[in-house]
Design a protein around this ligand. Structure first.
Ligand code: ZN
Length: 119
Protein backbone atom coordinates (compact mmCIF):
# COMPACT_ATOMS: atom_id res chain seq x y z
CA UNK A 1 0.00 0.00 0.00
CA UNK A 2 2.93 2.30 0.71
CA UNK A 3 4.16 1.75 -2.84
CA UNK A 4 0.82 2.81 -4.24
CA UNK A 5 0.67 5.88 -2.02
CA UNK A 6 4.11 6.91 -3.24
CA UNK A 7 2.99 6.49 -6.84
CA UNK A 8 -0.13 8.48 -6.10
CA UNK A 9 1.92 11.47 -5.03
CA UNK A 10 4.87 11.06 -7.44
CA UNK A 11 2.82 10.56 -10.59
CA UNK A 12 0.99 13.84 -10.02
CA UNK A 13 -2.34 12.14 -9.63
CA UNK A 14 -3.01 14.61 -6.83
CA UNK A 15 -2.73 17.55 -9.21
CA UNK A 16 -5.76 18.76 -11.06
CA UNK A 17 -3.89 18.55 -14.38
CA UNK A 18 -3.97 14.76 -14.42
CA UNK A 19 -6.86 13.03 -12.75
CA UNK A 20 -6.34 9.69 -11.18
CA UNK A 21 -7.77 6.87 -13.24
CA UNK A 22 -8.12 3.33 -11.97
CA UNK A 23 -6.75 2.07 -15.28
CA UNK A 24 -3.62 4.20 -14.92
CA UNK A 25 -3.13 2.99 -11.36
CA UNK A 26 -3.63 -0.63 -12.33
CA UNK A 27 -1.24 -0.35 -15.28
CA UNK A 28 1.35 1.26 -13.05
CA UNK A 29 0.90 -1.34 -10.34
CA UNK A 30 1.16 -4.33 -12.66
CA UNK A 31 4.45 -4.93 -14.34
CA UNK A 32 4.26 -4.81 -18.09
CA UNK A 33 4.44 -8.29 -19.49
CA UNK A 34 5.59 -9.14 -23.01
CA UNK A 35 2.83 -9.89 -25.47
CA UNK A 36 2.88 -13.48 -26.63
CA UNK A 37 2.61 -14.38 -30.29
CA UNK A 38 -0.31 -16.80 -29.76
CA UNK A 39 -2.63 -14.27 -28.13
CA UNK A 40 -4.70 -13.79 -31.32
CA UNK A 41 -5.05 -17.54 -31.74
CA UNK A 42 -6.47 -17.69 -28.25
CA UNK A 43 -8.53 -14.55 -27.91
CA UNK A 44 -10.37 -13.82 -31.13
CA UNK A 45 -14.04 -13.43 -31.93
CA UNK A 46 -14.27 -16.73 -33.82
CA UNK A 47 -13.36 -18.86 -30.81
CA UNK A 48 -15.83 -20.18 -28.30
CA UNK A 49 -14.90 -18.60 -24.92
CA UNK A 50 -14.62 -22.01 -23.23
CA UNK A 51 -12.18 -23.18 -25.90
CA UNK A 52 -10.22 -19.94 -25.62
CA UNK A 53 -9.88 -20.46 -21.90
CA UNK A 54 -8.76 -24.07 -22.28
CA UNK A 55 -6.25 -23.02 -24.95
CA UNK A 56 -4.97 -20.30 -22.61
CA UNK A 57 -4.57 -22.83 -19.78
CA UNK A 58 -2.69 -25.20 -22.10
CA UNK A 59 -0.36 -22.46 -23.31
CA UNK A 60 0.49 -21.61 -19.71
CA UNK A 61 1.00 -25.33 -19.00
CA UNK A 62 -1.54 -25.25 -16.19
CA UNK A 63 -3.71 -28.20 -17.22
CA UNK A 64 -4.26 -30.64 -14.42
CA UNK A 65 -2.31 -33.45 -16.00
CA UNK A 66 -1.52 -36.53 -13.98
CA UNK A 67 2.13 -35.50 -13.89
CA UNK A 68 1.14 -32.22 -12.28
CA UNK A 69 -1.14 -33.99 -9.81
CA UNK A 70 1.76 -36.28 -8.84
CA UNK A 71 3.95 -33.22 -8.21
CA UNK A 72 1.18 -31.77 -6.01
CA UNK A 73 1.05 -35.03 -4.06
CA UNK A 74 -2.59 -35.67 -4.94
CA UNK A 75 -2.10 -38.94 -6.81
CA UNK A 76 0.71 -41.48 -6.94
CA UNK A 77 0.55 -42.95 -10.44
CA UNK A 78 1.15 -40.33 -13.11
CA UNK A 79 1.41 -42.59 -16.12
CA UNK A 80 -0.58 -41.83 -19.25
CA UNK A 81 -3.94 -43.62 -19.23
CA UNK A 82 -3.90 -44.12 -22.98
CA UNK A 83 -0.48 -45.64 -23.61
CA UNK A 84 0.84 -46.14 -20.06
CA UNK A 85 4.33 -45.59 -21.49
CA UNK A 86 5.29 -42.31 -19.86
CA UNK A 87 4.37 -39.64 -17.37
CA UNK A 88 1.31 -37.70 -18.48
CA UNK A 89 2.48 -34.12 -18.90
CA UNK A 90 1.85 -31.44 -21.53
CA UNK A 91 4.63 -32.57 -23.84
CA UNK A 92 3.47 -36.14 -23.69
CA UNK A 93 -0.22 -35.31 -24.17
CA UNK A 94 0.24 -33.05 -27.16
CA UNK A 95 3.24 -34.50 -28.97
CA UNK A 96 4.95 -37.54 -27.50
CA UNK A 97 2.06 -39.90 -26.88
CA UNK A 98 1.93 -42.67 -29.45
CA UNK A 99 -1.88 -42.46 -29.59
CA UNK A 100 -1.81 -38.72 -30.27
CA UNK A 101 0.74 -39.22 -33.03
CA UNK A 102 -1.48 -41.79 -34.68
CA UNK A 103 -4.56 -39.56 -34.36
CA UNK A 104 -2.66 -36.65 -35.94
CA UNK A 105 -1.49 -38.93 -38.74
CA UNK A 106 -5.07 -40.08 -39.39
CA UNK A 107 -6.38 -36.50 -39.40
CA UNK A 108 -3.67 -35.50 -41.85
CA UNK A 109 -4.50 -38.47 -44.08
CA UNK A 110 -1.13 -40.14 -43.84
CA UNK A 111 -0.04 -43.50 -42.56
CA UNK A 112 0.97 -43.62 -38.91
CA UNK A 113 4.53 -44.58 -38.07
CA UNK A 114 3.55 -47.43 -35.77
CA UNK A 115 -0.06 -48.57 -35.52
CA UNK A 116 -1.40 -48.20 -32.02
CA UNK A 117 -5.13 -48.70 -32.41
CA UNK A 118 -4.91 -52.34 -33.38
CA UNK A 119 -2.44 -53.57 -30.77
ZN1 ZN B 1 0.35 -41.53 -23.75
Amino acid sequence: MQKFKQAYTNNNWLNASSDYRVKAGYCWLCDSKPKVSWRFLCWNTLNIPKNSFIFWVIMHQRLLTKGRLVRMGIIVDGSCDICTAALEDHEHLFSDCQYVRQCCALFQGREAETPFFYE
